[in-house]
Design a protein around this ligand. Structure first.
Ligand SMILES: [Fe+2]
Length: 421
C-alpha cells in the first residue's frame, strides 16, 4: 500500500518519540538500580546504635495473659540516619517457636512467618525510607512465654546520590527538540498548504477572468470557438518542451489565451465575411494585433501578454505585420504562439476551407521554418504532432458525420497539458 507522505512523516515522528521515551525509561531504571549499594545491619532494638545508617527500636504497647499464652502488641520503628534513601528493603525478626501473628496494623507492609522468622517487606517497592525519616509498624503476637525482641535483621539498598548522569538530560533535550520539530513541521506544512491553496485560487481567478474575456471573442467569431484555448495549450506545451521555466510556461499559456483579444475591435461583417476580402478589410483584420496590444497594455503584471498580441503575426523572415520584425527580434512568446496559432488554423475548418490532414500540416509547418516560423520552434511543434500530443487522429475523425459535431479538441483531449493549476 502506498503511504501518503505526511502520514509517513507522522509515523517517523512517532517512531523517534518512542525511541526517545524508551531511552529515557531505560536510563531511569538503570540509574535507580545500578547506583545502589546493599545495606545490611543487625539492629539492636534497645537503643544501641549498631549501624551508621539505621537505628531501630521496639516498644511494647500492651501485654495480656491469655489461656494460650501472651498477647503482646509491639510497635517497631526503623529510622534512616544516613544521607541516602533506602529502598527495596526487608526486615526479619526472630520469634520463639509457636508464635502466632494475630493482627497487623500496617496495610502497606506484608509480613509472613517462616518457622522462627517473621519477615516484613513493603507491599510496594515505592515505600522508601528517606534520609532522616522513619517507618513504623505495629503487630499483635501471641507467644507461649512473654517475648522481648532484642534485634532485627535489616537488608535494603541505599540509593547513592550525587552520581552524575548525562544521558538523562541529553534525552530530555532531544525530546524538547523533537517537540519543537514536530510542532514546527506541522505548522509549516499547514502554512505552505494554505499558501498553495491561495496561489491556486489566484491562478483560477486569473484564468476564469481570461476565459470570460475570450468568450466575448468567441461570441464574435464562433467559427474559431475554442481557438484561443487550444493555442494557449499548444503554446504552453511547446514552451515546456523547450525547457522554459514553469513561470514562463504559465505566462505563455496566458499570452496564448489573449493573443487574439484585438479581434473584438473588428466589425462582425468583416470578421465573418465568407468571400474574398478587400484591401481595406484585410487591413482592418490585421489591425487586431495593434488593437490587442493597446488593450492589453494595462495587463503589465503578466509578462509578454501585450507583445504576444501585438507580434504574433510577425514572420521570421521579416515579412509579417504590424512592424515587419525579423528573426529573434520578434519576442519569443510571439514566435511560439505564432506557430501554435498556425497549427490550430491548419487543423480547424474555416469558412472558406476544411482542415488539412496530418501530413499536410507537418509539411506546411516545416516549409514555414525560417520563413514564417522560428525553425527551432517548428521542431517542437512537429514532434507534438508526431508523438500524438495533438490529436490529429481525432481531428481526422471529424470528417465523418458523427465526429463533425465534436470536432474541436478540448483540454481533456490533450494529455499532460499545463493548465496553470
Ligand atoms: Fe491573430
Amino acid at each position: 500500500m502506498k503511504m501518503e507522505r505526511p502520514f509517513h512523516t507522522f509515523l517517523m515522528f512517532i517512531a523517534v518519540l518512542m525511541m526517545l521515551l524508551t531511552g529515557y525509561l531505560v536510563n531511569k531504571i538503570a540509574i535507580e538500580n545500578n547506583v545502589s549499594s546493599e545495606v545490611t545491619a543487625d539492629l539492636n532494638l534497645y537503643g544501641a546504635k549498631l549501624s551508621d545508617i539505621l537505628y531501630a527500636s521496639v516498644t511494647k504497647k500492651s501485654e495480656t495473659k491469655t489461656t494460650s499464652g501472651y498477647d503482646t502488641e509491639y510497635e517497631f520503628l526503623i529510622t534512616n540516619i544516613g544521607d541516602n534513601t533506602i529502598s527495596n528493603w526487608k526486615a526479619t525478626l526472630s520469634v520463639p517457636n509457636g508464635t502466632i501473628v494475630k493482627s497487623s496494623w500496617d496495610a502497606a507492609l506484608n509480613q509472613h512467618l517462616d518457622r522462627n522468622e517473621l519477615v516484613f517487606t513493603p507491599e510496594y517497592y515505592s515505600i522508601d525510607i528517606h534520609s532522616y525519616e522513619a517507618t513504623a509498624f505495629r503487630l499483635l503476637l501471641n507467644t507461649i512465654e512473654p517475648f522481648d525482641p532484642h534485634s532485627i535483621k535489616f537488608v535494603g539498598y541505599e540509593v547513592v546520590k550525587g552520581q552524575k548522569n548525562i544521558i538523562g538530560p541529553i534525552i530530555q533535550i532531544a525530546i524538547a527538540i523533537w517537540a519543537i520539530s514536530f510542532i514546527g513541521y506541522w505548522v509549516t506544512r499547514f502554512n505552505i498548504r494554505n499558501y498553495k491553496e491561495r496561489q491556486q485560487n489566484d491562478v483560477k481567478i486569473i484564468l476564469q477572468s481570461m476565459n470570460t474575456f475570450i468568450s466575448f471573442i468567441d461570441a464574435k467569431d464562433p467559427y474559431t470557438r475554442g481557438h484561443s484555448k487550444r493555442v494557449a495549450m499548444y503554446g504552453a506545451e511547446i514552451a515546456k518542451r523547450m525547457g522554459l521555466s514553469e513561470d514562463e510556461v504559465q505566462n505563455i499559456y496566458y499570452a496564448g489565451l489573449l493573443h487574439d483579444s484585438g479581434k473584438i475591435s473588428i466589425p462582425d461583417a468583416v470578421l465573418n465575411k465568407p468571400g474574398k476580402l478587400t484591401d481595406e478589410e484585410r487591413k482592418l483584420i490585421q489591425n487586431h494585433t495593434i488593437a490587442g496590444g493597446k488593450m492589453l497594455k494595462q495587463l503589465s503584471s503578466i509578462r509578454g501578454i501585450r507583445e504576444t498580441a501585438l507580434y504574433h503575426h510577425e514572420r521570421y523572415d521579416g515579412t509579417g505585420y504590424p512592424e515587419g520584425l525579423r528573426g529573434e527580434s520578434i519576442p519569443l512568446y510571439a514566435r511560439i504562439v505564432g506557430v501554435a496559432d498556425a497549427y490550430d488554423a491548419m487543423s480547424s475548418n474555416r469558412v472558406y476551407r476544411r482542415h488539412l490532414n496530418k501530413d499536410e500540416i507537418i509539411e506546411e509547418i516545416q516549409k514555414g521554418g525560417g520563413k514564417q516560423f522560428d525553425p527551432d520552434i517548428v521542431k517542437y511543434m512537429v514532434d507534438m504532432i508526431n508523438d500524438g500530443y495533438v490529436n490529429v487522429v481525432k481531428m481526422e475523425t471529424a470528417d465523418s458525420e458523427e465526429g463533425a459535431n465534436n470536432f474541436h479538441l478540448t483540454e481533456s483531449d490533450i494529455p499532460g497539458v499545463y493548465m496553470g493549476y
